[in-house]
Design a protein around this ligand. Structure first.
Ligand code: SAM
Length: 260
């Protein structure tokens, strides 16, 4: 920990196992010239290896003390450091084909993933360490307990793969949960076509807000029984049984605005 007192409010669990650092950097496989940004470099477990491989990375770190250490350790030619909140950061400022890497603060991982998803058109890929359960939700299949809003909203923009599990003992301090590295690759042209993305998000949120409800009830404020049927969806079904394509079709029927 090099004398640093880990701050819980910033979700600080530092990677302290060289084996996993190597495996993560190998999974990212950064190449010279890649546009890499690390979220939350912390004590530079990953940053050091990344810079060794490709010479330069950018980073966003919220903790003032850690930012000062990073500035002392790396030159501006090696590290472009933004002392800022990644949740509010404009990732478009990094330019296109952005490769995001991060052992993410778990207390904000879902909102951070939603924030990053807004930049999907300019992203090349993301390699993010998350709580294992969150990765299970991101990669779940319809009809399972893990399948939900996170699965559908991220699945609408990314192909998501769980790469490997990282045990709690690889971190200092050790978290209470296991972690997993996930790779997210933007779908770009293969994205489901959505006429109204905000409406799609509302439909998905409503469908999962009360998982036990039928869609007829859960979506009563948004869709009529006839509109559900026009989208080929059984009003008596539950949201957790619908695939991404079903949600997209329903949102597009609603966006067309025909009150059936
Ligand atoms: N990358 C380091 C590692 O693997 O050892 C640190 C990982 S630690 C789980 C999360 C890091 O994200 C910490 O350095 C923390 O200060 C930083 N962080 C927390 N919230 C942040 C935010 N909103 N924006 C930017 N960085 C944040």
């Amino acid at each position: 920990m090099h004398g640093h007192q880990a701050r819980k409010r910033f979700g600080q669990n530092f990677l302290a196992d060289a084996h996993y650092v190597r495996r993560i950097v190998a999974a990212v496989d950064p190449q010279p010239g890649d546009n890499v940004v690390e979220i939350g470099p912390g004590l530079a477990a990953l940053t050091g290896d990344l810079i060794e491989r490709i010479g330069h990375v950018s980073a966003v770190e919220i903790d003032r003390d850690l930012a000062a250490r990073l500035r002392a350790r790396f030159t501006p030619a090696q590290l472009t450091l933004h002392e800022a909140d990644a949740l509010a950061f404009d990732f478009a400022s990094f330019g296109p084909r952005l490769r995001v890497v991060g052992n993410l603060p778990y207390n904000i991982s879902s909102p951070l993933l939603f924030h990053l998803a807004e930049y999907d058109s300019m992203l090349h890929d993301l390699h993010v360490m998350l709580q294992k359960e969150v990765v299970a939700r991101m990669t779940a299949s319809p009809g399972t307990a893990d399948y939900g809003r996170l699965t559908v909203m991220l699945g609408a923009k990314f192909r998501i793969t769980r790469l490997f599990v990282v045990p709690a003992g690889a971190f200092r301090p050790a978290p209470k949960v296991e972690s997993a590295l996930a790779r997210l690759v933007p779908l770009h042209d293969e994205k489901p076509s959505l006429d109204d993305e905000a409406l799609f998000a509302r439909v998905v949120a409503a469908a999962f807000a009360q998982r036990r409800k039928t869609l007829r009830n859960a979506l009563s404020a948004l869709a009529s029984t006839q509109q559900l049927e026009a989208a080929g969806i059984l009003p008596s079904a539950r949201g957790e049984t619908l695939a991404l394509g079903d949600f997209a079709r329903l949102a597009n029927v609603l966006a067309a605005g025909s009150v059936l």
